[in-house]
Design a protein around this ligand. Structure first.
Ligand code: NDP
Length: 375
């Protein structure tokens, strides 16, 4: 009854009988794989704002961030985003549903939703502060959702949104790349064989760039098949040595982190607007460790001092972040439909095998994406 009251003012469609519960994998506390719990009684999503949609999930993608969030990564930052006024008790995020990619069908639309209708096939990357896709239904803002590529199955489509919107945010919004300014650019992708890398290689290659990647020796043919022009094996010795012998780069996307920034910026063309964009940043760890205000101050001071130091040497230093965007997914859909980008599904698990899917992602050495078939 409560659900019906909350539902009706914002929702266009009330033809289905109201549901209050759904099947989902949830966690009730942070920890290792044993905190994952299957329930048939997870709360059914409710449209609270007129621009929201409920999506029936057909397939969900898993990423390293799901494993990290299962262990409490980003808990402080994400709690602030979920509850900015800090009204709720600590732990109010539980039961928490993980899973950042969804491919599915629109089940219900808020009153202001113009671009989607019930039954539309859609895909989306779900912000980490929202309930995820390891459930029968998920609630999203319409601006986070896009019509899925017609040529892909739901399993294939679920391999793309989170890594694609991350790569898009890093390469386009932060790195300044566009489809019409990549020809003749030399791009280095550190860590080419995982989810983000396999997408980024295809995207910049489709835009005409010359692409160099680093990866393990056994991923070389795989990455050449995705379009990499030059592949450097990081397991053969210090990877900076073979990379230093190459012509310098216009942009580096770092998916690896660690000590890479101690040598990678020297590989950029100085005084030409060249950029290093890293996706491995201490932002969430700082806020988890120091609290939101001090953690953000620490992050701002770190990135500003590094950016200034490298600017004096003629190159740009930037942090890249995932950014949910239905508009970016619209452009990516067109690239997929034009066969410029293909999904890279490494392994598929059934809904009952979610703990095994987490184990797979946790082991590392990804070659593309792990996907869970929900229905
Ligand atoms: P994956 O786990 O899918 O891929 C990581 C890949 O890197 C694996 O294929 C691994 O294969 C390879 N690898 C490991 N070490 C090295 C190395 N030294 N040099 C080259 N390749 C290496 O991760 P994702 O692609 O999903 O994410 C990449 C990084 O980006 C992660 O650190 C993730 O946390 C971060 N990220 C950050 C976001 C943000 O908002 N800032 C958003 C999304 C991701 P192998 O070990 O076999 O070589």
């Amino acid at each position: 009854c409560l659900q019906l009251h909350l539902h009706l003012p914002f929702s266009k469609i009330s033809s289905l009988p109201p549901r209050t519960v759904m099947p989902a994998w949830v966690i009730d506390k942070y920890g290792s794989n044993e905190v994952l719990r299957f329930t048939k009684n997870a709360s059914f999503p409710i449209i609270n704002y007129p621009n929201e949609v409920i999506v029936k999930v057909f397939a969900a993608g898993l990423s390293p961030i799901d494993v990290a969030m299962r262990g409490g990564y980003g808990a402080a930052t994400l709690s602030m985003k979920r509850d900015p006024l800090n009204i709720k008790q600590s732990g109010s995020e539980f039961p928490l549903v993980l899973g950042r990619d969804v491919s599915g069908v629109i089940m219900e639309c808020g009153l202001d939703v113009k671009h989607f209708r019930e039954g539309d096939e859609v895909w989306a990357a779900i912000p980490p502060w929202k309930q995820g896709s390891l459930a029968e239904f998920v609630l999203l803002s319409a601006n986070e959702v896009s019509h899925k590529p017609k040529c892909l199955s739901h399993i294939e489509a679920a391999a793309i949104p989170y890594v694609a919107t991350t790569a898009w945010s890093a390469l386009v919004n932060t790195g300044g790349l566009r489809k019409d300014n990549c020809a003749n650019k030399r791009i280095l992708i550190l860590g080419g064989s995982g989810g983000v890398g396999t997408f980024a290689v295809q995207m910049v290659k489709a835009w005409g760039a010359h692409v160099t990647v680093t990866c393990s020796q056994n991923a070389e043919q795989f990455l050449r098949g995705l379009g990499a022009d030059h592949v450097v094996d990081y397991t053969a010795g210090p990877v900076e040595e073979p990379l230093s012998a190459l012509e310098k780069f216009d942009l580096i996307l770092d998916n690896v982190g660690g000590d890479t920034e101690s040598w990678a910026l020297k590989l950029l063309k100085p005084w030409s607007g060249a950029k290093y964009v890293t996706l491995v940043t201490p932002f969430m760890q700082n806020t988890d460790r120091l609290g939101v205000a001090d953690g953000m101050m620490q992050s701002a001071a770190t990135v500003a001092s590094k950016a200034l130091k490298h600017l004096m040497k003629g190159v740009h230093y930037r942090w890249g972040f995932f950014a949910p965007s239905g508009c970016a997914l619209d452009e990516i859909r067109d690239m997929v439909d034009a066969k410029q980008i293909r999904p890279v599904v490494e392994e598929t698990f059934s809904f009952s095998q979610v703990p095994q899917a987490f184990e797979k992602v946790e082991k590392g050495h990804a070659r593309g994406k792990t996907v869970v078939q929900i229905s």
